[in-house]
Design a protein around this ligand. Structure first.
Ligand code: ADP
Ligand code: MG
Length: 295
């Protein structure tokens, strides 16, 4: 049971009533909430300063650096989310702040994480294709606006009531221009190790669109295989495998799926499949049977 203060603190700025916990990440918790005026349900991501302080103490990172960094990240996340309105991207409603917390009010996505779909095993290619098509549609939309996600992984892909994909967690994304050098390449190492592209590990700078496509390759692999393409106990060996593109497709992948995954997980960003290349493939274009009441 969560103890998030007394009942008065579960009403946010007289406008929203906080409900149950939906999920959490490193610095944030996401709650179900209700708009008291309209009765509409929303999701509220709460970023607390005291959590940041605790992390700062245990990890011995300067507290003020962490607070500044978190605020900077939240501000960036808000800016990014306001720029993108797409059926497969979680919609941002508003942002509020109290003395101790920041509240990011967004569209409530009710179907949970896509991750839960593969807990009990891999997906059939038709099912995986549908999610992948929606993911590429969202990514393409963002990229054409100079927005890169940079932390694409199964945990950040949610499902709505109809089983449609919604990309969330723009906490690490960067807007082209504000975060890149003159060469137009991004220079911050971020993302989650198992999903991270080789050039992101290296320090030569990278193209946000290309590294997002790498992560899409990891996601598609996981959906079809039921496990990660790159895995290792040690982070050094993991990165070595990623750098070499050292993975194997399981025998049940169809030849076309194999070609697509291999094209996305090309360690050379120049040779890696681009969105037009992906959307032009027969595998991608195949229309899946309708899945409206399939769960
Ligand atoms: P963090 O930046 O800390 O990783 P996320 O934005 O990824 O936080 O949210 C953490 C978790 O909360 C998600 O993995 C998901 O389970 C849940 N969640 C996030 N946004 C929503 C939403 N709009 N609707 C429902 N659940 C959500
Ligand atoms: Mg997250």
């Amino acid at each position: 049971a969560k103890k998030e203060g007394n009942s008065s603190s579960s009403i946010i700025q007289g406008k929203y009533e906080l409900g149950r916990l939906l999920g959490h990440g490193t610095f944030a918790k996401v709650y179900h909430a209700r708009n008291l005026q309209s009765g509409t349900s929303v999701a509220i991501k709460v970023v607390g300063k005291e959590k940041v302080m605790k992390a700062g103490m245990t990890k011995q990172v300067a507290f003020f650096d962490l607070v500044a960094l978190t605020f900077y990240m939240v501000k960036r996340e808000i800016a990014v989310m306001k720029m993108v309105r797409h059926p497969n991207i979680v919609e941002l409603h508003e942002v509020m702040a109290s003395k101790s917390k920041i509240y990011i009010v967004m569209e409530l996505v009710r179907g949970g994480e896509l991750f839960n779909k593969i807990i009990h095993g891999r997906l059939r290619e038709d099912a995986a294709r549908l999610y992948f098509q929606q993911l590429i549609s969202a990514i393409d939309f963002c990229h054409s606006r100079g927005v890169y996600h940079r932390d694409l992984k199964l945990e950040n892909l949610l499902l709505d009531d109809h089983g449609n994909l919604k990309v969330t967690d723009f906490g690490l994304s960067a807007i082209s221009g504000s975060c890149s050098n003159q060469d137009g390449l991004l220079h911050t190492t971020c993302g989650t190790p198992a999903y991270v592209a080789p050039e992101v590990i290296g320090s030569n700078g990278y193209d946000g669109a290309k590294s997002d496509l790498w992560s899409c390759g990891v996601i598609l692999y996981v959906l079809l295989a039921g496990y990660l393409p790159f895995k290792d106990e040690s982070i050094i060996s993991l990165y070595r495998k990623i750098n070499r593109g050292d993975f194997r497709c399981p025998p049940w992948f169809s030849p076309d799926a194999r070609r697509l995954v291999t094209g996305l997980l090309d360690p050379n960003p120049k040779k890696r499949f681009t969105v037009p290349k992906v959307t032009d493939l027969a595998w991608f274009k195949k229309t899946a049977p309708r899945q409206s009441n399939e769960r």
